[in-house]
Ligand binder design. Structure first.
Ligand code: 7XF
Length: 396
């Protein structure tokens, strides 16, 4: 069942697995094995040499993970995929494979805190320079790209302040200048946005979030051309970071994917209603949500995303002080980092997910100390509305 004509939800449930190959088991077996038996000594030599197909060792592949990889490649409209032990594992597998000392990266100016730190602090130690520019304006990319730039990297919407980049416009510039475009599609999932179809070269996910969907696993995904994915696997994971996914986590992501489309519809519906309600409250200064007409890239969002997703950021008129009271007074929403879970989560980026930025860097990279981020869950909207507006009403 390998064709792209089947619908998204059908492929999210069936792609890459035929129960009749596995004793009729409805769900893929969890292959708990670290190594694989070679029929003859030549078999092992041939597999190591890449002359024959077949599993070698758990760090390089696992049959449960392979089902997930086929499924994600299909959902992202890509040739091949690789599952990893976390989103950071996916990013480092790609970056460490592609980059060497002297190379340059251009990245959007707002990124998840550890991605920022990876580029700004860690890769810099190995002689790789990252230039952070505002990629919401594609012309800025053309100005920043040098002949040493191998890779351009952006999240859209960005974590935590919900800025959007025009993937097709950036892809066109990258193609002209010979750089690869990597899009972190964690906030959208392929149900809302397909970067490869818009011209990006590589998609990365923290599957810990919406793809898994239940806050019970850590995982990452990379999707790209087969030639590149093979390099990420045989160099990035096999020889550099060892960031292979566990078979059980691969199984859990597969279970999450079965309901991805209906969950994303509900996340989007709840978030859209909540964003409008928050924006209308007198205690609220600004709501950052692509579905609001006030959002600077609202028109791009309508074109690029199927719905507006489940993430909202906001600032209160009372700044961080009011924000802390607001966060402490919610009763149904849960104070926690991460996102994409059934539970609505609320957190403070400056001191939590983005604490890797200094106060000066936060200002330069476009988010304030007062910013609060909400991952809108799957609860009944009326209960969420009552919880958040009730908490705002209690602010003095
Ligand atoms: O290694 P992870 O599975 O946690 O994924 C890293 C990652 C990569 N890209 C984006 C856009 C992410 O948001 C993340 C993880 N972000 C969580 C958050 O923002 O709440 C991490 C909690 S500290």
């Amino acid at each position: 069942m390998k064709n792209f004509e089947l619908g998204f939800s059908t492929r999210a449930i069936h792609e890459g697995y035929d129960p009749l190959d596995y004793h009729g088991a409805l769900n893929p077996p969890v292959f708990l094995t670290s190594t694989y038996v070679f029929e003859r000594s030549e078999t092992g030599s041939e597999r190591f040499a890449g002359a024959a197909d077949g599993y070698i060792y758990g760090r390089v592949g696992n049959p449960t993970a392979a089902v997930l990889e086929k499924r994600m490649a299909s959902l992202e409209s890509g040739e091949a995929a690789m599952a990893t032990s976390s989103g950071m594992g996916a990013l480092t597998s790609v970056l460490w494979t592609l980059l060497k000392a002297g190379d340059e990266v251009v990245a959007d100016k707002t990124l998840y805190g550890c991605t920022f730190s990876l580029l700004h602090h860690q890769l810099a130690r190995f002689g790789i320079k990252t230039t952070f520019v505002d990629l919401t304006e594609p012309a800025n990319l053309a100005d920043a790209l040098t002949s040493r730039c191998r890779l351009v990297l952006a999240e859209t919407p960005s974590n935590p302040n919900m800025r959007l980049v025009d993937i097709a416009a950036l892809a066109e510039i990258c193609r002209r200048k010979g750089a690869l475009l990597l899009i972190d599609n964690t906030f959208c999932t392929p149900y809302l946005q397909k970067p490869l179809a818009l011209g990006a070269d590589i998609v990365v996910h923290s599957a810990t979030k919406y793809l898994g969907g239940h806050g019970d696993l850590l995982a990452g995904i990379v999707v790209s051309r087969k030639e590149l994915v093979d390099q990420f696997r045989f160099v990035g994971i096999k020889e550099m970071n060892g960031s292979c996914i566990s078979a059980f986590d691969a199984f859990l992501v597969l279970r999450g994917l079965k309901t991805l489309s209906i969950r994303m519809d509900r996340h989007g519906e709840n978030a859209s209603k909540l964003a409008h309600a928050l924006a209308a409250h007198p205690a609220v200064e600004t709501v950052y949500f692509p579905g609001l007409t006030s959002h600077p890239q609202h028109k791009l969002a309508l074109r690029q995303m199927k719905n507006m997703g489940g993430m909202i950021a906001l600032e209160l008129k009372g700044g961080l002080g009011a924000g802390r009271v607001f966060m402490d007074n919610v009763a149904l929403a849960t104070r926690a980092v991460s996102l994409g879970d059934a539970e609505t989560l609320i957190q403070h980026p400056a001191s939590m997910t983005h604490a890797t930025y200094s106060p000066e860097e936060r200002a330069a990279h476009g988010f304030t100390d007062g910013l609060i981020r909400i991952s809108v869950g799957l609860e009944d909207y009326d209960d969420l509305r009552d919880d958040f507006l009730g908490s705002l009403n209690r602010l003095k």
